[in-house]
Ligand binder design. Structure first.
Ligand code: AKG
Ligand code: FE2
Length: 355
């Protein structure tokens, strides 16, 4: 029998954190939100409305073009062009009802390996559309604001874990963050499709802007119920990603989420993924582990993890890509799972063991 949410003493909405409040109050709200929900929304975040509006308009003009135009900017994963225009989902072997445009931050020069056992770095190709003329500038300005907000949030999150304010900043020195524009056209059979299938975000945190069409849903941790993430004007939704789960030694859990589509209207959604530098070795933060609370993850390299997720899709629909569970400690069976399921499984396991 379904329990009423009230009876269980749980709110049915994500906490909305007012970032203009006093720091200790904000930190306490973030701590509770990350632990209970793995997500929260922020208002009064300081991002200029005009930067957001210009960016949103440029995005809508871009997507309104004929498909042939957009396809000129097609992603080519194996050709070292993982950004730009695409209409398939990236981290799982399922089709989403959407088209996307991905862009790295302007100053980003680092590259990611193409698979977990590949140690070569290659420069990644990215191109900007000619139309609309202000597209590149709008994305760049928005990206810079997102970067600022991401650092601010990471500092608040570090404090919420009882760490010094800048404890996690160093991991983002050459960060591999990216922005994604998502357009889901109206869907004639919304019950048979999803804009974005169930997943967790692989990076540290995600800052997502959804529009009035809504559709974003989060899986509530205590009962697995899908909860709609309410549209709040001028707010951003902040998701805990896989890497924050690792650093916090699972005190905070990466948010499982998805997005629905509807038959009447199109929807737009804009996630910004704040990711560590590709060379970062991921492992629980030392200060957050001890004998009573030993590390729940073994160390692994972010760039390789990201590369496997980014480039592993669609190669073979029967194979999984690297996921966080493959690095969880105290579950040797999973090591065998990786070994048997992946084309380079045994090499991956040897690599994990060596670390
Ligand atoms: O479509 C959406 O709003 C969700 C997007 C998302 O979760 C993602 O791209 O990681
Ligand atoms: Fe996501």
């Amino acid at each position: 029998m379904a329990h009423s949410v009230e009876a269980l003493g749980q709110a049915n909405d994500f906490p909305v954190v007012d970032l203009s409040g006093n720091v200790s109050g904000v930190v306490a709200e973030i701590a509770e939100a990350c632990e209970k929900w793995g997500a929260f929304q922020v208002i009064n975040h300081g991002l200029p409305l005009e930067v957001h509006a210009k960016f949103e308009l440029a995005m809508k003009k871009f997507f309104a073009q004929p498909t042939e135009e957009k396809r000129k900017l097609r992603k080519d994963i194996d050709g070292g062009k993982p950004y730009d225009y695409g209409y398939e989902e990236f981290s799982k072997n399922v089709d989403d009802w959407k088209e996307v445009f991905d862009f790295p931050l302007e100053k980003q020069t680092s590259s990611t390996p193409i698979s977990y056992d590949d140690n070569t770095q290659r420069e990644l190709i990215h191109s900007w559309p000619q139309y609309p003329a202000e597209f590149r500038e709008a994305c760049t300005e928005y990206g810079q604001e997102m970067e600022k907000l991401s650092f601010r949030l990471m500092e608040l999150i570090a404090m919420s874990l009882g760490l010094p304010r800048q404890r996690l900043n160093g991991f983002f020195k050459d960060h591999t963050s990216m922005g994604r524009l998502i357009h889901c056209p109206p869907c004639p059979t919304p019950q048979l499709a999803l804009g974005t299938h169930e997943h967790t975000d692989v990076g540290a945190l995600t800052i997502l802007s959804q529009d009035e069409a809504g559709g974003l849903e989060a899986k509530r941790t205590f009962d697995g119920e899908w909860i709609p993430v309410k549209f709040v004007p001028n707010a951003y939704v902040i998701n805990v990603g896989d890497m924050l789960e690792v650093w916090s030694n699972k005190k905070y859990v990466s948010l499982v989420h998805r997005a629905k589509v509807n038959s009447e209207r199109e929807r737009f959604s804009i996630p910004f993924f704040f990711n560590p530098a590709y060379y970062v070795v991921m492992e629980p933060v030392e200060e957050l582990t001890n004998e009573q609370n030993p590390a729940k993850y073994r160390a692994f390299n972010w760039g390789k993890y990201y590369g496997s997720r980014k480039y592993g899709n669609f190669k073979n629909p029967d194979l999984d890509v690297l996921r966080l569970k493959h690095f969880r400690l105290k579950n040797p069976r999973l090591a065998w799972y990786v070994a048997y399921k992946s084309p380079n499984g045994f090499a991956i396991i040897q690599d994990i063991i060596k670390q």
